[in-house]
Design a protein around this ligand. Structure first.
Ligand code: M6R
Length: 624
């Protein structure tokens, strides 16, 4: 969580830092700040409790001229309430060492106690502030007094104090640090939190992710854990925490900055819902035919022989990606391949039971979710092979996994995941198809029909989206409801969970997703007259039982909105219908989720919620 930026160069430092923060706001948005230094060593620091727009206005009232380096931060609170005092940047006692941080310093209380004992004064409740004071201590231990130091010694001394301070920190951190005495260098370091350096001409950038500076450069270097970047105007040097210089390759990012803009939609979420046909198309392109061949080998080193050798598949993921994982489990089991799916944060003891023959599939849009990364490390520690499904090139997950299957959805900015979910599903269907065909669970004609079904999906998504107005009308009718139920069965049960999650996160109402068959074992008791119940009931083997469960709910007063197709509509009796184009039952989740995303969007819109930045959340959850 939290977004950090850094800049050094001759352009408008404050504008670049603030623009970067706006693009990183999806990572956290309860307070923010920047600090910049000019060539005469004057430091300007501005912070606000609230959004980056407020910071922008504040900085515009007193513009800073001539700043040549600086750092910025947008916060998702972990230690200390969201407030101006707890907003980053944080400084040492002198107010000259300035730190922005993403992550958690686990030993901050120990460090703080020692620092207090030696006379340091703290101004915030954060874990981050200790870092500034530890650097101050290290500067002291190097016998540095800002005014007395030789100018050619500023950079080596700052670097050394920073490096020594890092050795004291335990936990996770991505840091960007300036020292007002040394405006010609910004230092950055990474341990378990993402950080990337952007390489410009006569200017360089630091950020939590590339979207912050894509407008200026697409040439980037991803830091690994345990690495430091010494960022100057004309170049960047990389070191280990031990101070050894490392040579690092840059990569060129293919996304452009307009891909991360709203393109005429009111919210990113709505734009991203509408980009789903394209997401599926992009994820499938060139990877589908022939199923079971060596397509995955060429792209990710997974040969048909390797595919045959796994005894089971274990999915791990969080949130929406976990719902994709649950569908993955159904698909693999459908082809007779033992599979399970776990929430990454609850995986700990299960990891120990993994055999070498298990393929662990870790799904993560960002590739930076701390719970998922931690579970991956545990799986690797017992010798499992890890395949990552992710949308983010260069993310930590891609570097830790043995194989990577990218979803090609483009940047997802809305905190509520939509198109990334469809991309994850497309990748999972692709993977399941290749596994089934390679292992003989699909004959060649079945494999062809499986592929044809998948290739039709983008067109069917467009047809589903064409019902947006109708869905919006239904949603508006329920905008004042405080409780929602979502039910389904079999391959659509995870879609019921996803429908409930979407409405919870963006509308702040209570919602539950349930396997329809479980309702009678307790939850049916919560139904009251007029309670909205969304039932996902396409044609297929689950339909008759679903129709019965819907009757049971109606008999207790539920107001049922049924997600059906032309055929299942004849079986299901509901007060409202959303009718989707027909496809085979196994493929229906690729469509049934869309009305639920739109439903959640329009309920949230009617409630005037902050749809792209819901309260208490962050897009990328980099803490455990
Ligand atoms: O980046 P990831 O896919 O690993 O993120 C996992 C979850 O944090 C994420 O899906 C979250 O649940 C979304 N806000 C849901 O819309």
């Amino acid at each position: 969580m939290c977004g950090i930026t850094g800049y050094i160069g001759d352009n408008k430092t404050t504008d670049i830092l603030i623009d970067g923060l706006k693009r990183l706001e999806y990572r956290g948005y309860d307070s923010c700040g920047i600090a910049v230094v000019d060539a005469k060593n004057a430091l300007y620091l501005k912070r606000v409790s609230g959004r980056v727009d407020a910071l922008d206005k504040l900085v515009a009232q007193e513009p800073v001229k001539g700043a040549q380096s600086g750092v910025g931060h947008t916060r998702w609170a972990t230690h200390g309430a969201p407030s101006e005092d707890n907003a980053h940047p944080h400084t040492d006692c002198s107010g000259r060492v300035v730190v922005v941080h993403n992550g958690i310093i686990e030993n901050y209380l120990d460090l703080k106690e020692k620092l207090l004992a030696s006379g340091h004064k703290f101004k915030s409740e954060t874990d981050t502030e200790v870092i500034a004071h530890v650097i101050e201590e290290k500067l002291k231990s190097l016998h540095v007094q800002e005014k007395a130091i030789r100018s050619d010694m500023l950079e080596p001394v700052f670097f050394e104090a920073f490096r020594r301070a890092l050795a004291e920190l335990k936990g996770s951190f991505a840091l960007s640090v300036i020292w007002a005495a040394c405006p010609n260098m910004v230092l950055a370091a990474r341990m378990y939190s993402p950080l990337v350096v952007g390489l410009g001409k006569g200017e360089n950038f630091i950020a939590s992710d590339v979207s912050a500076f894509l407008k200026y450069t697409k040439r980037v270097v991803f830091l690994n854990d345990g690495e430091i970047a010494a960022v100057k105007k004309d170049g960047v040097d990389f070191y280990t925490f031990q101070g050894k210089k490392v040579a690092k390759e840059s990569v060129t990012i293919q996304w452009d900055s307009t891909m991360a803009e709203k393109g005429g939609y009111k919210h990113f979420m709505l734009k991203e819902i509408h980009e789903q046909a394209e997401s599926v198309e992009n994820t499938l392109r060139g990877r589908l035919l022939p199923l079971g061949g060596n397509i995955l080998k060429a792209e990710m080193g997974l040969s048909a022989e390797a595919i045959k050798s796994f005894s089971s598949v274990q999915f791990i993921a969080c949130g929406t990606a976990y719902h994709a994982a649950l569908i993955g489990r159904v698909l693999f089991e459908n082809f007779g391949i033992p599979a399970s799916a776990d929430v990454a944060s609850e995986f700990t003891d299960r990891a120990k039971l993994l055999g070498k023959g298990t393929l662990v599939v870790a799904i993560s849009q960002s590739g930076e979710t701390a719970d998922t990364l931690f579970a991956v490390r545990e799986a690797k520690a017992v010798g499992a092979t890890v395949l990552a499904i992710t949308n983010t090139v260069g993310s930590t997950l891609t570097r830790e996994a043995d194989h990577v299957l990218y979803t090609h959805c483009g940047p997802e900015i809305g905190v509520a995941s939509t198109k990334a979910f469809l991309g994850q599903l497309a990748a999972i269907y692709l993977l399941a198809g290749h596994f089934a065909a390679a292992r003989g669970a699909l004959t060649s004609s079945e494999a062809r029909s499986y592929a044809e079904n998948l290739l039709k999906v983008p067109r069917l998504i467009e047809e589903t989206l064409a019902q947006e107005k109708e869905i919006a009308k239904i949603a508006q009718g329920f905008a004042s409801s405080e409780h929602f139920l979502f039910i389904s069965r079999h391959v659509n049960y995870p879609i019921a969970l996803e429908g409930a999650l979407k409405i919870k996160e963006i509308s702040y109402v209570h919602a539950e997703g349930y396997p329809a068959g479980e309702m009678k074992h307790g939850p049916i008791a919560i139904i009251y007259k007029g309670m909205p119940l969304l039932a996902v009931a396409p044609s297929g083997r689950a339909l008759d039982l679903m129709a019965g469960n819907i009757e049971e709910a109606k008999a207790r007063g539920a107001e049922v909105v049924a997600i059906v197709d032309e055929d299942s509509r004849k079986t299901v009796k509901a007060s409202r219908y959303i009718t989707l184009p027909k496809t085979e039952e196994l493929f229906t989740p690729l469509l049934t989720v869309i009305p639920l995303q739109l439903f959640a969007y329009y309920v949230a819109l009617a409630k005037k919620c902050d749809i792209d930045k819901p309260r208490n959340l962050a897009k990328s959850v980099t803490v455990r």
